[in-house]
Design a protein around this ligand. Structure first.
Ligand SMILES: Nc1ncnc2c1ncn2[C@@H]1O[C@H](COP(=O)(O)OP(=O)(O)OP(=O)(O)O)[C@@H](O)[C@H]1O
Ligand SMILES: [Mg+2]
Length: 470
């Protein structure tokens, strides 16, 4: 990236010198100005990426100037130059938002390095700003983040179907955002002032799901001490979200079908049929067509549920959403942990993008949450991610060598391997002479003999080889 740098110093010689260093040593365009007042005017008129300014000038001092500069452009980097190595003033400048300071006289390399760092920082700041702005425009639909065509299409469908009474079936792998979509539909519906009640069909035991859903009357079964309302009644007027519906038993599927078709249900142990007003949303990570073939899912229920179908693609198929989602989660967890982390370094982003994400968005969310906890600066770095596949094995076959072994066996195998490798190297160096090998390795000859015996190494092999080769 090439940018524009404004240099402010009352010494003309310094302006010429710095201007030359920048135009010779970088791709950036230097603009020099001896008057602080004029410099501020320039800043209002044109875009600059970096300001390098003297700290001690007649009329204006650098700190005041810094304040003015950041007022005009809060994102600009400012590097302070000071002839007096007054650390306090330099520190004050950093506290007031300067990027860095250098003391005069400086070497060419030193100033070039500072410029390079400051410009890279500018790039991150800009990128960050763009992503933040993008984020601001992408979360309007109940926290749903994404800008890929796949996600836009889904948002569009949500907007269309939310205000209707149509039943929606949401399918997709684990962690792709099914529950989030269900919430978005409810929140954008005409029932948003009422509740959305979630029933996790996989988590509630078969024996209690019926009474959980429909309630029971006193004495319906042992332990039913009094009448109890069910979730269906609780959701009256709102939305009933049947999560993991593929896990529902055939018996319960029949009851749900009745609820869907007639809007009717009976509390367990009751003879009275009750009517409820519900909007249905269902979700599953199972393939319901396969479940139908295997007679685990009722076909008639499937068609009732599948009026509107929203299929969520795995995160791998919409990788372009990863940066935006990462920033979304960064913001969420930085706030939750009261940390001021604003940026994800380019290396960290690259590492994130190289992941497979079998756990989809939830996995990405977990990675960012963990990284936020480990992060110690205002930038999330690659080292904060602790991603397994980033770790090099000890040697290429290491993982294969220890695969499936318990710790003790693996350790013994590795130690034996080490002995063999090490001793063979020694013997090779000593041309099969054990005394000499022991000397090279700095170990006792008897000990080496014992190790050789234990690891089935014969010195003769090395001697023969040597003689043959000679
Ligand atoms: N597009 C998205 N924008 C923002 N956050 C998302 C998005 N998709 C998923 N998430 C977040 O990822 C996490 C997992 O999403 P959710 O629980 O909705 O997935 P799910 O498909 O219901 O998963 P499971 O099948 O495991 O129940 C949630 O914290 C959710 O807020
Ligand atoms: Mg879910």
């Amino acid at each position: 990236m090439s940018g524009r740098i404004l240099i402010i110093d009352d010494e003309k010689d310094m302006l010429v010198l710095l201007g030359r260093i920048i135009s010779d040593g970088t791709e950036h365009e230097p603009v020099t100005e001896a008057s602080a007042f004029k410099a501020l005017e320039l800043l209002r008129e044109r875009h600059f990426d970096l300001v390098i300014t003297d700290l001690k000038m007649p009329k204006v001092d650098g700190i005041k100037l810094l304040e003015q500069v950041t007022k005009i452009n809060p994102d600009i980097s400012v590097v302070i130059m000071t002839a007096y190595a007054t650390i306090e003033t330099a520190v004050e400048a950093i506290q007031k938002g300067a990027y860095d300071y250098i003391t005069k006289p400086f070497r060419r390399e030193r100033i070039l390095l500072t410029i390079d760092k400051a410009m890279k920082w500018q790039e991150i700041v800009k990128e960050n700003k763009t992503l933040r702005q993008a984020l601001a425009g992408k979360t309007n639909l109940s926290g749903l983040v994404g800008s890929t065509p796949e996600l836009k299409e889904i948002s569009q469908r949500i907007k269309q179907v939310a205000p209707t009474m149509a039943t929606v079936l949401i399918t997709g792998h684990s962690g792709t955002g099914k529950e989030l979509i269900a919430k978005a539909i409810h929140e954008n519906s005409l029932r948003s002032s009422k509740k959305m009640v979630t029933v996790n069909c996989a988590a509630i035991p078969e024996q209690v799901i019926e009474s959980e859903l429909f309630g029971h009357v006193k004495g319906a079964f042992t332990g039913a001490w009094k009448d109890k309302k069910g979730l269906v009644e609780e959701a009256h007027g709102g939305t009933l979200f049947l999560d993991e519906i593929g896990d529902l038993s055939l018996h319960m599927q029949m009851k749900i079908l009745r609820l869907l078709q007639e809007g009717e249900h009976k509390a367990v142990g009751s003879l009275v049929t009750e009517k409820t007003d519900l909007r249905f949303i269902a979700a599953t990570n199972q393939n319901l067509k396969t479940a139908i073939k295997e007679k685990r899912f009722r076909e008639d229920l499937y068609y009732r549920l599948n009026v509107i179908h929203i299929e969520l693609p795995p995160l791998n198929e919409r990788k372009k959403d990863i940066p935006l989602l990462s920033y979304h989660f960064l913001k969420k967890f930085a706030r939750a942990n009261q940390k001021d982390i604003r940026t994800i370094s380019p290396e960290a982003m690259q590492t994130i993008l190289s992941q497979d994400f079998p756990g989809n968005v939830r996995e990405l969310e977990n990675i960012i949450e963990r990284a936020v906890i480990f992060c110690r600066t205002d930038t999330l770095e690659k080292r904060d991610l602790y991603l397994d596949n980033e770790r090099e094995p000890l040697y290429p076959d290491f993982n294969e060598d220890v695969n499936g072994l318990d710790f003790k066996t693996a350790k013994e195998k590795m130690i034996r391997k080490f002995y063999r490798e090490y001793i063979q190297t020694l013997l090779k160096k000593s041309n099969g002479n054990v005394s000499r090998a022991a000397e090279i390795g700095g170990i006792q000859r008897q000990y080496l003999h014992r190790l050789m015996k234990e690891t089935d190494i014969d010195a003769v092999d090395f001697r023969n080889k040597f003689e043959k080769e000679v």
